[in-house]
Each structure stands twice: as structure tokens, then as C-alpha cells.
Design a protein around this ligand. Structure first.
Ligand code: 5RP
Length: 221
């Protein structure tokens, strides 16, 4: 069985009637959204908010009732993927370019379940280049400031053009190789004018559900 699907479906067991559910983005969160739709068809009643335009479209296709953010004051549970998970359950997210909206959902959720396959587990973050969302204005200057933090920043491109986020911004993938102090680094990055948000999610998950190729799961909390 697909380990991403196994992890995602386990996390959906924590969704209960009446909840406001945050839907994540990416190929693992996809399976959670599918499972939520299945449970709705079996009688589950929830309302959902989406972390990206692509997830919003998927939820719409699957008949998941979406509510505007103006209509809610909290989120009960969010289920989302990650690009790396370290031993302290800190994350790198944003491989799909949705890190800003994902972080808003996670920060405003009573429970934040992260769903990954075993390949995402690392002792120390940084092998995966850290995505940073920046405004397009004077982006070369912002990128220089990021470089001063000892990384190799690369503007994310898609088919020869810069990748544009749902918020109209750029993503810079910053290769640090090893992130020794995620708490300090997230603060340093977000202090740079022009940076909107970075993909470090420090101390945020309620639990991380890891799926393995043999169909087993592990819940880390
Ligand atoms: C999107 C994300 C994703 O959750 C992350 O990239 C993991 O994706 P996948 O489940 O496809 O491996 O942060 O911005």
C-alpha cells in the first residue's frame, strides 16, 4: 500500500463530526482529502478550509463543503504533508509552494497532524532546500539578504518562468544543507524586508503520522 495514503488515512481518523477541518496541499494531503470526502459520503458532517487554490479545487470536485475564512474563528484540525521532519518534529514545508497559507492554517488549528512517508524523516533539517516566499518587488535585493544567511538561494521556476504562489509572490529555495538552529533561522529570515514567510514549521505539529512501505504506521508526538 502507498505509505503516503496509509499515513493520511490514519490521520483522518482524528476528524470528528462538527469539526472545521484545514485541508493541506501536496500528494500526501491529497489522500487525506480523498478520505475525508469518503467519510462525508458515509455521513460525516464537517466544514473545511483549504490551504491552496489546488486543494480548494480538489475539495470542490469531491463535494467537501468549504467555508470562507471570514465565516470561521478557529480551525479544529488541519492535516498536511511535509518535506522534512526532524527528531524534534520541526518541519520544512513548501515544496508545493503553499507554505504561507499552510502556516496560517496550522497556526490557527487546535490540532495539526502532519502526514508523511518514511523518506521525510531526518535527524536534522536542511537537506531539502528551504522554501521562502518573497514579494516580487526588488526581489534581487531580498535574495542577496537571504544569501548572507549562508545559503544558496534559487528562484523556483516552472517551464522557464518564475513560479508564482497563490498570493502572487515568488518562492526562493534556499539550500542550507544543514540547519543547526531552526528557531533562530526562522526569525532571521522573517526579519528580512521582502520576505513574506519561510517554510520552517517549528514546534507546531500535534503529531506526525509516518507511513511505511509495508503498510504500517508510526505516530510521533
Ligand atoms: C506544499 C507542502 C507539502 O505538504 C509538502 O511539499 C509535501 O508534499 P508531498 O506530500 O507531495 O510530498 O508543503 O507546500
Amino acid at each position: 500500500m502507498n505509505p503516503k495514503q496509509v499515513a493520511a488515512e490514519k490521520a483522518v481518523e482524528f476528524v470528528e463530526d462538527g469539526m472545521i477541518v484545514g485541508l493541506g496541499t501536496g500528494s500526501t494531503a491529497f489522500w487525506a482529502t480523498q478520505k475525508i470526502a469518503q467519510r462525508i459520503s458515509e455521513g460525516l458532517t464537517i466544514r473545511a478550509v483549504a490551504s491552496s487554490a489546488s486543494t480548494e479545487a480538489l475539495a470542490g470536485q469531491l463535494g467537501i463543503p468549504l467555508v470562507p475564512f471570514s465565516g470561521i474563528d478557529h480551525i479544529d484540525i488541519t492535516i498536511d504533508g511535509a518535506d522534512e521532519v526532524d527528531d524534534q518534529l520541526n518541519l520544512i514545508k513548501g515544496g508545493g509552494g503553499a507554505l504561507l497559507r499552510e502556516k496560517i492554517l496550522a497556526r490557527n488549528s487546535s490540532r495539526f497532524y502532519v502526514v508523511v512517508d518514511e523518506t521525510k524523516r531526518v535527524h536534522r533539517l536542511g537537506r531539502f532546500p528551504l522554501p521562502v516566499e518573497i514579494v516580487p518587488f526588488a526581489s534581487n535585493l531580498t535574495i542577496h539578504r537571504l544569501q548572507e544567511l549562508n545559503c544558496e538561494p534559487v528562484v523556483r521556476m516552472v517551464q522557464g518562468s518564475p513560479f508564482i504562489t497563490d498570493n502572487g509572490n515568488l518562492i526562493v529555495d534556499c539550500s542550507f544543507k544543514e540547519i543547526l538552529n531552526p528557531v533562530e533561522l526562522q526569525q532571521q529570515i522573517n526579519l528580512i524586508p521582502g520576505v513574506v514567510e519561510n517554510g520552517l514549521f517549528v514546534g507546531m505539529p500535534t503529531a506526525v503520522v509516518v507511513g511505511y512501505g509495508d503498510g504500517t504506521i508510526q505516530i510521533l508526538e
